[in-house]
Ligand binder design. Structure first.
Ligand SMILES: *Cc1c(COP(=O)(O)O)cnc(C)c1O
Length: 394
């Protein structure tokens, strides 16, 4: 084997950011799906998963879908978001939160984060709605993201939106198992979007859920997710739908995962506490705060690194971890600085979108690093991460 002294061969096992963690009962439900021969995008596992998810979250109506992004697309379309409309969204989020607005020809307006929760800043939202109201063009929906498993301050956001009758569609993709004032993430919104992508706290390998108290919204979503087939023995269509339904096999995995959700939240929170205990006194390192109104699921442990104090910046730490075969990731790059949403850039497509503030999200992106937070991690794994971070100061 050729040797190159510049590269150290790392034989230690890779530590991933947030790998899937199977509970035990998943395979039993998958076998049930096979035994019943419902290897299809509908079936008894899907029905049961929807019912059990509704019980777990306390949100009455649910529809299981192919992804969180699909759930957001359906929610926005059914809410009436159309060509030329605006929707307000968190700038500090993942693209799947806001790309559906562009599918419908609408324009996102990106609202900055606050420092209490890192979620949509309610004061900025209130100011911008007031300005828009004066201009006579209000957004069709407000989409706050529950970042890294921490709920937005729903009561404040709803209080601000309700005088204008603007629906709040919460992106709770990262927040399964999180609580707001004792209720599950997404509870009380017009609609809530969840994701079961492979990196989320519970997974179906890929999948999503739309949940709401509005039965007609969920009925329409179910209808549109199955190609908008009108009732008839032949295929009759008076609307264009999508192929967005969750497969029965994947719903079986979801049922098993739902049974270990509480355990997973506890494990994620223990991981956060372990890192925090080890690093809290290190000058230049801070942890993502937990807002007093809720309980985060701590999907990912996120730290902020102040380079002038710590002695190395976020990128240097990330690269150093990678060299030790440890996966970490910068905080989401804010949407308002993504090339695809800027009017002057080198990207292949442009959807010009304005921002309200943005400095906080930019700072969190600059300094924020998501640490490995897989629920099957051992103390030894975490110690490896911690010592690799500390070595960067030298
Ligand atoms: C994962 C995620 C989504 C998209 O979910 P998919 O199931 O991957 O389509 C949307 N918003 C946020 C904030 C996410 O983290």
């Amino acid at each position: 084997m050729p040797t190159d002294k510049r590269f150290k061969l790392n034989t230690e096992k890779r530590i991933f950011l947030s790998p899937p963690h199977i509970g035990g009962e998943e395979i039993r439900f998958v076998n049930e799906a096979f035994d019943s021969n419902y290897v299809a995008p509908v079936g008894p596992q899907v029905d049961a998963f929807e019912r059990e998810f509704a019980e777990k979250t306390g949100i009455t109506y649910t529809v299981a879908l192919a992804s969180g992004t699909a759930a957001m697309h359906l929610a926005l379309r059914i809410t009436g978001v159309k060509q030329g409309d605006e929707v307000f969204a968190s700038t500090l989020t993942f693209i799947g939160s806001v790309s559906p607005a562009t599918f419908l020809g609408a324009t996102p307006v990106f609202i900055d984060a606050d420092r209490i929760s890192w979620n949509m800043n309610p004061d900025l939202l209130a100011e911008e709605l007031e300005r828009c109201n004066k201009k006579g063009k209000l957004p069709k929906a407000v989409i706050p993201t529950d970042l890294y498993g921490q709920c937005t301050d729903y009561d404040r956001i709803k209080e601000i939106c309700s005088p204008y009758n603007i629906p709040v569609i919460v992106d709770s993709a990262e927040a399964c198992g999180a609580l707001y004032k004792g209720k599950h993430a997404g509870f009380g919104a017009k609609a809530a979007v969840f994701s079961f992508n492979g990196n989320k706290i519970i997974t179906t390998s890929g999948g999503g859920m739309l949940a709401s108290e509005d039965k007609s919204l969920i009925d329409q979503a179910r209808f549109l997710s199955q190609q908008a087939r009108d009732p008839a023995s032949h295929y009759e269509h008076t609307q264009i739908g999508y192929n967005y339904r969750m497969s029965n096999v994947l719903a079986a995995i979801g049922r098993g995962q739902l049974r270990v959700l509480d355990e997973r939240v506890k494990a994620k929170r223990r991981i956060f506490d372990y890192y925090k205990n080890a690093l809290k006194d290190i000058p230049g390192i801070e942890f993502m705060p937990e807002a007093p109104y809720g309980r985060s699921n701590r999907w990912l442990t996120v730290i902020l690194i102040t380079p002038e104090i710590f002695g190395a910046d976020r990128e240097k730490v990330r690269v150093a971890l990678e060299a030790e075969n440890i996966e970490s990731r910068p905080v989401w790059k804010p949407m308002h600085i993504q090339p695809v949403f800027r009017s002057q850039n080198n990207s292949k497509e442009i959807y010009p979108a304005r921002a309200v503030g943005g400095e906080v999200a930019e700072d969190l992106f600059e300094r924020g690093l998501c640490l490995p937070s897989g629920t099957a991690m051992t103390c030894e794994d975490m110690n490896r991460v911690i010592s690799s971070i500390l070595k960067c100061r030298m």
